[in-house]
Design a protein around this ligand. Structure first.
Ligand code: GH3
Ligand code: MG
Ligand code: MG
Ligand code: MG
Length: 323
């Protein structure tokens, strides 16, 4: 529970004696931060410079009266949350109803009963404190949810990257090929695919160790990313020592040219491989395919075709491109 002295109170009354009586009562109840205004206009000036927790508002005042000030407060987003207790000599039900309907928290008749004043003031302030606390929690919750969404997005992205090489993984590829295919169908474009696989990699691992094997995979992935550089192309680790490249809007001739470049770039890495029958360095075999998207064929067909071409490349002696 906060202390009474933490609350900021504003008395608005045109009668000096009324203001003093009210102030004295409130001070006796333990409130210390009490400001007073003579009319609505003066009150508004004070409101622009202070944060009040409660306003005790007279109705009949020259210039801006209590109704007018109340209406102004309730229409202002920055002020509407401040509770207002009307304190007035107007002893008519209509006036009470009007104030409550306009958003006043409570109503006290002058001359007021100090026990009633105490009870209503502290009830109002306690409600205000709880609402403020709720607002703080709500903001914290919103902040936490925002951070959670960011973390989830990062996790989602990480879950689509291959842990060893840092390039797209199989999951990413599965999404990407489906998207690229539907775009190709809509645009009536040719889509090409390259699947490649490191030659004699089992022997490489056996001879140089798994760590060297991992390092080799990383280098091959890096060089593939360097060679395949258009923004919509996707290089992914398909599994093990097998990689796949999606080339949207690319004819077979273009894909084949790229595949040959890639084969050369990997051999140029000059990763020694004494147990390869195809070269003195680590090499790859590549299968290339391209189809005009559309009709009733799906993208599984291009994957199967590229796989077949890769199989042929292995069969024909490895370290080569087949279509
Ligand atoms: P081919 O020339 O016909 O492709 O034969 P290969 O030996 O390359 O192919 P095989 O399928 O017989 O062996 C693939 C090897 O790749 C076996 C496996 O241990 C290795 N491999 C798969 N993933 C990883 C990896 O993440 N790290 C390492 N170091 N080796 C891997
Ligand atoms: Mg008055
Ligand atoms: Mg292999
Ligand atoms: Mg393989």
């Amino acid at each position: 529970m906060p202390n009474h002295e933490d609350f900021n109170l504003l008395i608005v009354d045109d009668n000096e004696m009324n203001r003093d009586v009210l102030r004295r009562h409130l001070v006796r109840q333990g409130y210390q931060q009490i400001l007073a205004a003579e009319n609505g206009k003066e009150a508004l000036e004070m409101l622009s410079g202070h944060n009040f927790d409660l306003i005790l508002l007279d109705i009949q005042m020259p210039q801006m009266n209590g109704y007018e000030l109340l209406a102004y407060l309730k229409a202002d987003l920055k002020l509407s949350h401040i509770p207002v207790i009307m304190i007035s000599a107007v002893d008519e039900i209509d006036s009470v109803v009007r104030c409550i309907e306009m958003g006043a928290e409570d109503y006290l008749h002058k001359p007021f009963n100090r026990v009633l004043l105490k009870a209503r003031t502290s009830a109002c302030l306690e409600k205000k404190r709880l609402r403020d606390q709720e607002e703080i929690y709500r903001q914290q919750l919103e902040e936490a949810n925002k951070k959670l969404a960011e973390v989830n997005q990062q996790l989602e992205q990480l879950s689509k990257l291959d842990g060893l090489t840092g390039i797209a993984n199989r999951r990413y590829f599965d999404d990407a090929i489906a998207k690229a295919w539907s775009i190709a169908v809509a645009e009536k474009q040719t889509i090409a695919l390259i699947i490649f696989d490191i030659d004699f990699f089992k022997q490489f691992n056996d001879a140089y160790g798994h760590q060297a094997g991992d390092e080799c995979l990383k280098q091959v992935a890096r060089v593939a990313q360097r060679t395949i550089k258009r923004p919509h192309d996707v290089v992914a680790r398909y599994g093990g020592e097998e990689f796949v490249v999606i080339l949207p809007n690319t004819p077979l001739s273009g894909a084949e040219k790229l595949a040959r470049e890639l084969r050369q770039d990997v051999e140029n890495l000059q990763i020694n491989h004494a147990y390869s029958a195809a070269s003195m360095y680590v090499t790859i075999s590549l299968g290339v395919t391209a189809v005009l998207a559309g009709g009733d064929r799906g993208y599984s067909e291009i994957i199967a075709n590229a796989d077949k071409a890769l199989f042929l490349a292995k069969q024909q002696g490895k370290n080569q491109v087949q279509v």
